[in-house]
Structure formats: structure tokens, C-alpha cells
Write a protein that binds this ligand. Sequence first.
Ligand code: ATP
Length: 500
Amino acid sequence: MAMSLTMETLVSLCKRRGFIFQSSEIYGGIASCWDYGPLGAELKQNIKRAWWRDHVQLRPDMVGLDASILMHPTVWKASGHVDHFTDPMVDCRECRRRFRADKLDETPWTHYCSAKKGNKFAVPPGEPCAHCGTRRSLCPECGKGELTPPRQFNLMFRTFMGAVEEEATLVYLRPETAQGIFVNFDNVLQAMRRKLPFGIAQIGKAFRNEITPGNFIFRTHEFEQMEIEYFVNPNDTVNGKSADEYWHERWIEGSLAWFQRYGMRAERLRLREHDKEELAHYAKRTADIEYRFPFGWSELMGIANRTDFDLRQHAQWSGKALTYFDEERKEHVVPYVIEPSAGVDRALLAFLVDAYREEEVRGERRVLLKLHPELAPVKVAVLPLLKKREDIVRTAQGIRAELARRWAVSYDDTAAIGRLYRRQDEVGTPFCVTVDVRTVGDAERAERGDGRVTIRDRDSMQQVRVPIPELRSVLQELLDGGEWGTVTARFGAGASPEAG
Ligand code: ATP
């Protein structure tokens, strides 16, 4: 069914099914802070785990790091954040709302049109009024107040460290994880005996006092980043290109491919190059990967060539050499760095949006999260068909306990089977395992069970009965990407469309 997903639908599903809740909700909430519920926490872990495995564990040229959030305040002088990590903001003199001056034309604006008896209209972003032709000059929200001239506003959260308040040191909550990597460059180089090119990856929290947060978890004050600093020798050439340009390309391609490997549709991803005006002062080239969210194309991650800016800055401010000794050329070089930087929360939002499907099955609406099995919060749901039958329950619980040693498994007996399947579809559980009378038999009627359970596939809704001793290996094969048809063909005529 071709339906476009709205944010309201997604936010409501996330709350109802335990993915994401508003922070401090019982106190009325706090703006733009969100809590991950039981399923959201699993999904987030799975995204981070997949990213870490693919980018750190599987690559001989990468290592990991987990730096502290609070750092020496000079770090942020050296990095340029104290002086430059600002957004221009304007305030409405009437309603006192605050906006980012550079984003004013990206939201619809409220207009009281003189050509239409002063009636109120919502005009599309950046467009003039269709009736009187004027462009927005007042507050886009209330449509009445004059806006103040833009002022620069630093996005770093400040706090104080030390027991005595007057003597306490001003420290910042890190606005990006990257600087923790740069200041540890030499530690890692020495400890791990690396040769260029090599990269350091880190996943962790970052904080920004955004002027206009919003769109659910897309832009928040507290978020998680998955960042890599990939150090290359700027004097090297690879395939006729300078090493930094070559590796920048490789990371752009690799990052796009990574999102697609976990299911994101190619037509919802695009690359956007920063033009000269937009480019950060340290960057040679930056490309953003954008995703088509329900609110439009927006940045999912950025991949920047930061040159040798950061290492040079930290060397200058700390007085410590941050160089690499090039054995071949017998010289010290300051490596260039390619920085693929992704937001965990934004990736999670994009994966959810991408996975969402609505289908019609036998006249009923089926909501489905077609999440990649590796990302799905629950891998297998074990469902006893009759919760009053002790032998069925015992068998089902035994299976649950066995599978839970390896995967996130859920057990649900609180509704009829059709309903239970729909619930699992809505949270993206790839496989359900059902234990029924046929499995255990019926002692009263002297009927023996066949010792098989039904596996039901989320996407095709097909079912197959497999012997309990083979269940774990079959599920493993399916979760590893084994074709449903190939795997189930081994169990003969058992495969059938969903019955209930
Ligand atoms: P934007 O232009 O959207 O503010 P940015 O270009 O400032 O983002 P970067 O500094 O490049 O973002 O940060 C790298 C990544 O961190 C972003 O691509 C995004 O995924 C994530 N990120 C940045 N700011 C936020 C935020 N306020 N909330 C959630 N994720 C964020």
C-alpha cells in the first residue's frame, strides 16, 4: 500500500510499543529530550553493535576508543569550538520565541494578509504570500513580532567542576566525540604501533544547546555519535590521487553502502556536497549523506576531510608533538584526517522510517517494521497457542530459555495467535515460534506429539514446522540471511501461508 508515513504515526507507534518515550513525561516532559524504552534500547544497541563490528572489529586498519565526556577546557579553545561553534539566532520581540537566523526560511510562516482582510494564512517555507506577494519579515511563528538582529549563540553546554563553586573550573559537555580522538592520537599510535593509514572509532554521547531542536529524535540537546577519525599520510598517493582524497571517496562510498546493507532503500539516500560558503574553515571537502525523512531530505551523517587542522591546533595549544614518523621518507608528518560522523539517534530514526510498512492482509491493515534481522530489537517471539495447557507452556518456556541464551527473545501469551503475530510485526520481530497441540500431543486421547514447532516469517507470513532440536540452527541460518525458501525446503510440505 503506497502510504506516506507521518511523524505523528511514527511517534505514536514508538510510544505505544515501547521504543521511545518523552523524557520526564510525568512532570510534563522536557523539551527535545527523549528516553529509549525497552525496544528502543535494544534497537539502539543493535545499531551501535553492527557499526562497531563492521568498522572496528572487521577492519585491520581500525581501533576503538572511549574517551570521557568532560575534557580539559583548552581542548575547546584549540578545536575552535569556544570561538566558532555558534549559530546566529534571532528573537521575536512579541512572542519571545527564538529561531536560527539561517533556518528561518525552512519552516512555513504565519501571515496576516492585508489583501485578505487581515486573515491568517500559513505560507509554505521561503515563499511569498500568494495573495499579496509579500515575503516574510516578521516572526514566522506568531506572524506579528519584529525579529531582533542576529546574534551569535554558542551551542556548548557549560558546567562547573570542583567542590567550591567560586573556584570551580568552567568545563563543557563535549559537543562532538571527535576531539577525544584527536587528543589521544599519540597515545593510540604508541600503544597500538599503527602505520598510516589507520583510523580510530568512537561511539558516545554529545551535547548541543540547539536553538531550534525538533522533529522527534532528529535534533536533540543530548545525542549519540558514531565517529571515525581516519588518519592518512598527505604525501602518499593512491590510484593517482592524494591519499586524503582517495580515502575520502572510499569513506563516502562505504558509508552509503553501510546504511543500505542494513536495509535502507537507495532511493531514500543521497549525497550532498558542501559548497564553498558552507564549508567549515578547517575542511577541504565535506559531503553529507542525507535521508528522505517524512519532514524532507535532511542530514544523516557528514564525511569531512579535516586536513591536518585538528592535530596542528592541539600540538600548538598543548606544546606536544602530534606527528607520525614516515619511515620511508625519513620525516615527521602531520597526518590528514577523514572524518565520517554519524548520529546514532538519526540513524535509528531513519531505520525506523525506512522499515515502516502498511499492508492489507485479508481485508485487515497490517503494520510492519521490516527491520533488518540484525537490527530488530527482538529476534524471535515464542508464542504458546494455548496458555492453559501445561505441557504447551512448559515446552514454550523451555524453548524461550534456550533461545534467550543467544538472542533477544520475547514470550507472549496474552492474546489470540493472530493478534500476537500482528504485535510482533509492528515491532519488527523477524520470526515467531509457535508451540501448539500438535507439538506436544494429547495424552488424554493417547496422541503423541510430533515434536515440531511452527516458525512464522514476518515478511512473507509463511510458516514451516521444524523439529525442536533443529530450531536453533534453523533460526541461526535465517537470522544470518539464509533464504526462507531454501531453508524451509528441507522440511518438506510443512511450509504454508499463515493460518490464523
Ligand atoms: P546539523 O546541520 O543537522 O545541525 P551538523 O552538520 O552540525 O548537523 P555534525 O556536527 O556534522 O552535524 O555532526 C555529525 C552528526 O551528528 C550529524 O550528521 C548528525 O547525525 C548528528 N547530530 C548532530 N547534531 C545533532 C543533534 N542535535 N541531535 C541529533 N543528532 C545530531
